[in-house]
Design a protein around this ligand. Structure first.
Ligand SMILES: [Zn+2]
Length: 403
């Protein structure tokens, strides 16, 4: 089967952060610690930044890692980090609290934007245009930056990429922005829990091997964040991966009863939603922003999730067919950059591990694509027998959007 689709609007990624991270070493192909160390060793100093470390395959601690020059490694989930001994020594004076607390998962979850700042301050907004070109060449024309770090990034994205970039940031960053940058920000983003990659997504039943993850706020604090978003931007995006985090979000919003005209809420990820939670989310008028590429968590996190949760992950059929979510309206799709691009998005949507995770091409188009072909298009060849999708980007975007 061949289909032509418009380019993607990736409703959840991190433009500024990934732009800065673009220069970082990519460990996502590494499956062993030795492989990752060999990759890191090739990088020029003085400080090596790396991304794509997957804790399902290996960890980076002590020994060989500490014998390298200064190296800072970001987990594929972006919710945990490894600093080696030389990096700690090099960064201690400029970022003392990050160095002191980087191994404390609760501190990291509550201070993610400061750790990201370590990456973004290295490159700054300078790397954003090249990153937008790279996204376009991968078939992504428009995107939401879920964590705009500063004025420079907000102004560049707001002006040069008006119509292509939707901007979100966290409350404490928003407070520091000037008026022009604030005007470019569409909504406030905050976290209810952590991530599966760092075993910090908040679950109602324990992980295999123990622990239930982390709820980052009390009910009262979460309520205050929603009220703040209603007052400042009228839009909130709340990250809730685990079913316990989604439960807390629903509880907070049911109690607050903020009128729909004052606050529009998007729940980011909502991967482990139960049918009952989905119905309540619908009743509250929430939109869900979900990642078809996270359907693969059902295969790759079998080491940490009980079988019932592996099966419940990314339940698109339940959400659309039973709870009544509508792609493009109350159900939006994005990648979170894991990985970027139209090919992995379409592959994950059409051929996920579980049938309940499957999206139709029409649902994909409604929830993930631009309305028309003006900026370019995706020519997809779908091989049902091999369960493979091949995507070619056409039109202006194929050259990165340069005219
Ligand atoms: Zn994200």
């Amino acid at each position: 089967m061949k289909i032509r689709l418009p380019l993607l609007r990736d409703s959840h990624t991190h433009i500024s952060f990934y732009a800065a991270l673009g220069a970082a070493a990519d460990l996502s192909a590494c499956r062993t610690e030795a492989g990752a160390l060999a990759r890191l060793k090739k990088e020029p100093g003085p400080l090596v930044l790396a991304r794509g470390w997957n804790s399902a395959y290996y960890d980076l601690r002590g020994g060989g890692f500490d014998r390298l020059g200064p190296a800072v490694v970001c987990n594929v989930s972006q919710h945990s980090f490894r600093f080696n001994a030389a990096a700690r020594a090099a960064l201690k004076s400029e970022f003392p609290d990050i160095v002191a607390n980087i191994d404390d998962p609760a501190w990291v979850e509550n201070n993610l934007n400061r750790v990201f700042g370590l990456f973004t301050s290295a490159g700054g907004a300078r790397d954003i245009p090249a990153y937008m070109e790279r996204l376009a060449a991968l078939g992504v024309w428009a995107a939401d930056d879920m964590l705009v770090p500063d004025d420079r990034a907000a102004l560049l994205l707001g002006r040069r990429y008006a119509g292509r970039a939707a901007l979100w940031t966290e409350p404490d960053i928003y407070e520091k922005l000037g008026p022009a940058a604030r005007a470019a920000i569409g909504g406030l983003k905050f976290f209810a829990d952590g991530a599966l990659g760092s075993r910090s997504a908040a679950l109602r039943r324990p992980y295999r091997g123990g622990g239930r993850g982390l709820l980052l706020h009390s009910d009262e604090e979460l309520g205050k964040l929603f009220k703040l978003a209603a007052r400042l931007t009228g839009r909130a995006a709340v990250h809730a991966i685990g079913d316990a985090a989604l439960e807390q979000v629903l509880r907070a919003l049911e109690r607050l009863a903020i009128p729909g005209r004052d606050l529009r809420v998007r729940v980011e990820h909502a991967q482990l939603s139960t049918p009952e939670q989905a119905r309540r989310a619908r009743r509250l008028g929430l939109a869900l922003c979900m990642q078809p590429n996270f359907s693969g968590d059902s295969a790759c996190y079998a080491d940490r999730l009980p079988p019932a949760l592996l099966r419940r992950n990314n339940p698109f059929r339940m959400l659309i067919d039973k709870a009544g979510f509508v792609p493009g309206e109350s159900l939006l799709f994005g990648s979170d950059g894991m990985p970027h691009g139209a090919a992995p998005a379409l592959q994950a949507a059409l051929f996920p591990p579980w049938p309940g995770q499957r999206l139709t091409p029409d649902e994909f188009r409604a929830g993930y694509c631009l309305p028309d072909l003006a900026a370019g298009w995706l020519d997809a060849r779908v091989d049902g027998a091999k369960r493979k999708v091949f995507v070619k980007v056409g039109g202006p975007a194929a050259a990165g959007g340069r005219k």
